[in-house]
Write a protein that binds this ligand. Structure first.
Ligand code: PAF
Length: 274
C-alpha cells in the first residue's frame, strides 16, 4: 500500500489507473470504515482512502483540535483491509490558501436535522468532498449510511454537478450492544458506554411500532426522545422521514428514522431504514 501526502504524489500514484474507488475519511478508523474499504475494493481498479480532518465542517465549539489523529494505526488497518493507496494531506497541502470558494448545498436538504444543529457543516463537507473526489479522480465513492443525510447531500451534489462518479452507501456497522460504530465513540467513558446502546434501542422500538401500523410519528418521536432523556441522553432530534429526500413522510413512502443526541460531552447520530 502506498501512502502519499501531496497532490503531485497523488497524481503520480493514480496515473496507471482508470477507475479509482475512493473512501473519504477523517481517520481514527474503525471497523465501519474498513468495511467501506472492502466494499470499495471490487468497484474500481485501485482502492483509495483519504484521511483528512476537515476544519471547514467543524463549528467553533466542536472537537476539531481534539479529534484523534492516528495516521500510523489507520494505515496499518487500511493495508490489512486491502486498500492500495492512502492520500493523507496536511492542511497546508490541501488548503494552501483560505478556502473562500465553498459549495453551498440547498436549504431544503440541509436546514433540518443535522444542518439545524450544525450550521455550516454540510457546506464544509461538500466543499472538502468536491475537492477530494476531484484530486483522487474518483469514479466510485463509498460513504457510510450512518451519516444518512450527508450521503444524501453528497449524492445530490454529484448528480447536479454531472460528476461521473457512482456514489455508493455502506451499511452501518454496530458493536455487539448495537451502538453504531463511530470515531466519536472513543470519547465515551465506561458508564456512558453502558447507556450508549439506548440510542439504537430507541430507534428499534420506534421502528417496531411503525411496522405494527402506528402512523402517529410525532408521538413516537416524542416518546423516543423522552426515553433517551430518561437514560441520561440529551436528544437533539428523533425524526421519521421519507428516505428519498428526508422530508415529512406521505402515505406509501419508504421511511427512515434518524436521531442525534448527546451523552455527556459526546454527540452521536444514528438511523434506521424502516
Ligand atoms: O464522514 C466523514 O468522515 C466526513 O464528513 C468526510 C465525508 C470524510 C468529509 O470530511
Amino acid at each position: 500500500m502506498q501512502i502519499v501526502h501531496t497532490l503531485p504524489a497523488l497524481a503520480d500514484a493514480l496515473q496507471p489507473y482508470r477507475h479509482p474507488a475512493v473512501v473519504p475519511t477523517m481517520g481514527n478508523l474503525h471497523e465501519g470504515h474498513l468495511a467501506l474499504v472492502r466494499q470499495a475494493k471490487p468497484l474500481g481498479d485501485v482502492t483509495v482512502a483519504t484521511i483528512f480532518v476537515n476544519r471547514l465542517q467543524f463549528g467553533p465549539n466542536d472537537d476539531f483540535d481534539t479529534y484523534p489523529r492516528t495516521l500510523e494505526a489507520d494505515c496499518a488497518q487500511l493495508e490489512a483491509a486491502g486498500c492500495d493507496l492512502v492520500f493523507a494531506p496536511s492542511e497546508q497541502e490541501f488548503y494552501p490558501e483560505p478556502q473562500s470558494f465553498r459549495i453551498e448545498p440547498p436549504p431544503d436538504l440541509t436546514h433540518m436535522l443535522e444542518g439545524q444543529f450544525r450550521p455550516g457543516f454540510f457546506s464544509g463537507v461538500c466543499t472538502v468532498v468536491m475537492k477530494l473526489l476531484a484530486c483522487t479522480q474518483a469514479r466510485t465513492a463509498v460513504f457510510g449510511k450512518k451519516d444518512y443525510q450527508q450521503l444524501m447531500v453528497i449524492r445530490q451534489m454529484v448528480r447536479q454537478f454531472n460528476m461521473p462518479i457512482d456514489v455508493v452507501g455502506g451499511d452501518t456497522r454496530r458493536t455487539s450492544e448495537g451502538l453504531a460504530m463511530s470515531s466519536r465513540n472513543g470519547y465515551l467513558n465506561a458508564a456512558e458506554r453502558a447507556q450508549a446502546s439506548e440510542l439504537h434501542a430507541s430507534l428499534q422500538d420506534l421502528a417496531r411500532a411503525v411496522h405494527a401500523g402506528d402512523r402517529g410519528f410525532a408521538a413516537l418521536e416524542a416518546g423516543a426522545m423522552d426515553r433517551l432523556r430518561a437514560s441520561g441522553w440529551q436528544p437533539d432530534y428523533v425524526a421519521v422521514r421519507r428516505q428519498k429526500d428526508l422530508q415529512a413522510p406521505q402515505p406509501g413512502d419508504a421511511l427512515v428514522v434518524l436521531a442525534a443526541a448527546r451523552l455527556g460531552g459526546t454527540r452521536l447520530i444514528d438511523n434506521l431504514e424502516l
